[in-house]
Design a protein around this ligand. Structure first.
Ligand code: GLN
Length: 199
């Protein structure tokens, strides 16, 4: 059974822990570099990317996170987590840094402010059956992607789900719905990576 961490600096950590457990992973909060070293994969939750960025520095996690993502650890970011995985932010707050890992440019708060949050059915490549119920909360969209990035979903003509190798990201929050198909997809990515690593 894969052990998957949830970066627990700020954001909806608990919802991801529950979703991962439902998707048959062992889920643990990660706050310290030693905890990061022990997981097979990592989820970066929704919340506020500027805060997560600041706290990652404060907790000495930014460099270890970059190193593990660069080394190919499977990682899944939702909303603020998607922003953290972007190689570039179009409109960063001053000093805002990302972990990077996905060759994309993201636009923060692209769909509007809090009162413009919405839900929409989203077709996600690789997820069988009905569309996913996408919960968008001050969500970013992906402005552009590099050649090695796979676009998994769009909404209103904007990219809202991507994958590059072992890195997965969505603008929306599957952890806030009862539907754990995207978490299952990620758990499968972690399993596949662990199997290939042990060959
Ligand atoms: N707007 C937030 C940010 O820029 C993301 C919101 C969310 O994660 N729901 O980090």
């Amino acid at each position: 059974t894969p052990v998957i961490g949830v970066l627990a600096l700020q954001g909806d950590v608990r919802e991801h822990l529950i979703a991962l457990a439902t998707a048959d992973a062992v889920a643990r909060p990660v706050r310290r570099p030693e905890e990061l070293a022990e997981v097979d994969g990592l989820v970066i939750p929704g919340g506020e990317s500027t805060t997560i960025s600041k706290l990652a520095h404060l907790f000495g996690l930014m460099e270890p996170l970059r190193a593990r993502v660069h080394a190919g650890m499977p990682v899944y970011g939702t909303c603020a987590g998607l922003i953290m995985l972007a190689d570039k932010i179009l409109d960063p707050r001053s000093g805002q840094e990302t972990i990077g890992g996905i060759d994309m440019i993201v636009r923060r708060n692209a769909f509007g402010r809090q009162n413009e949050s919405f839900e929409a059915a989203v077709d996600v490549a690789g997820v069988e059956g009905d569309p996913v119920e996408g919960v968008f909360i001050r969500a970013p969209w992906v402005e552009s992607v590099g050649a090695s990035v796979e676009v998994l979903a769009e909404h209103g003509g904007h990219i809202v789900a991507v994958r590059q190798g072992s890195a997965l990201a969505t603008s929306f929050h599957p952890e806030l719905t009862g539907d754990h198909r995207i978490h299952s997809l990620f758990v499968d990515m972690v399993r596949a990576k662990a199997a290939s690593g042990s060959l």
